[in-house]
Design a protein around this ligand. Structure first.
Ligand code: ADP
Ligand code: NI
Length: 215
């Protein structure tokens, strides 16, 4: 029963996100889904809720829908179509609403272990080598410039401010990516995040060296 729900959801998500070039394609979902399963082995939590939230987490993303409500409605419709019980469906929806990063100055409020795991898995995919690649893909897709030494990073104090920002991709490292290692929920993810974080620091150092012709 749950295998069938997962398989149908996989097909649904794959179809919905096909053609994305902003780093939110099917393979991002696939990596978050796999990482969530790996974290669950160590950290616990109900597997079906975790897998479904991981698979559906970007369907309702504000970056792609005209309104958040529109995306949530789409997910609700899907969950009833696969006959998922009301209580699991509600838990999945709550996770998806809270999963996104909402600004450097905005506190995370994920409460369930299932949500904490999916959030960690999503954030692990935002850092390290893949995180770097996704960020530049996103910046290009949305028309942001790569780097401008004269523009400074902004610590967004509200989700509204964060949402409307169109700063440079390098600034996004300071506005989000480099903050993530200290915002992991689970011990297991924190460990993985550390190595990916160091890789990004190394990348930035090299980037500035090349920019300034240091060596
Ligand atoms: P979240 O829900 O936490 O935002 P996502 O899975 O939607 O996580 O992916 C967010 C990723 O999208 C970021 O890690 C980054 O790679 C990219 N992204 C989002 N906003 C920007 C931005 N302003 N500049 C560059 N990349 C961005
Ligand atoms: Ni995501």
């Amino acid at each position: 029963m749950s295998t069938e729900i997962i398989n149908r959801t996989k097909v649904f998500v794959k179809e919905k996100l096909s053609g994305d070039s902003s780093g939110h394609d099917w393979w991002h979902i696939y990596r978050v889904w796999n990482m969530s399963k790996k974290l669950q082995e160590k950290e616990g939590g109900e597997l079906l809720v975790i897998e479904m939230a991981a698979l559906l987490h970007d369907i309702a993303d504000w970056k792609f829908n005209s309104t958040d409500e529109e995306g949530i409605l789409l997910i609700q419709k899907w969950l009833s179509q696969v006959n998922l019980d009301q209580s699991s469906a509600q838990r999945i929806i709550e996770i998806i609403k809270d999963v996104s990063f909402k600004g450097a100055g905005v506190k995370d409020k994920m409460v369930s272990i299932e949500g904490k795991i999916v959030q960690d898995a999503d954030r692990l995919d935002a850092i390290g080598a893949i995180g770097i690649a996704r960020t530049f893909a996103f910046g290009g897709k949305f028309g942001n410039s790569m780097h401008d030494p004269e523009s400074n990073a902004e610590m967004h104090a509200s989700f509204k401010e964060y949402k409307k920002s169109n700063g440079t991709t390098i600034n996004h490292f300071y506005e989000k990516l480099l903050l993530l290692k200290d915002r992991m929920n689970t011990q297991t993810a924190r460990k993985i995040a550390l190595e990916r974080h160091q890789y990004m620091e190394h990348f930035l150092k090299q980037f500035y060296n090349e920019w300034d012709n240091v060596k």
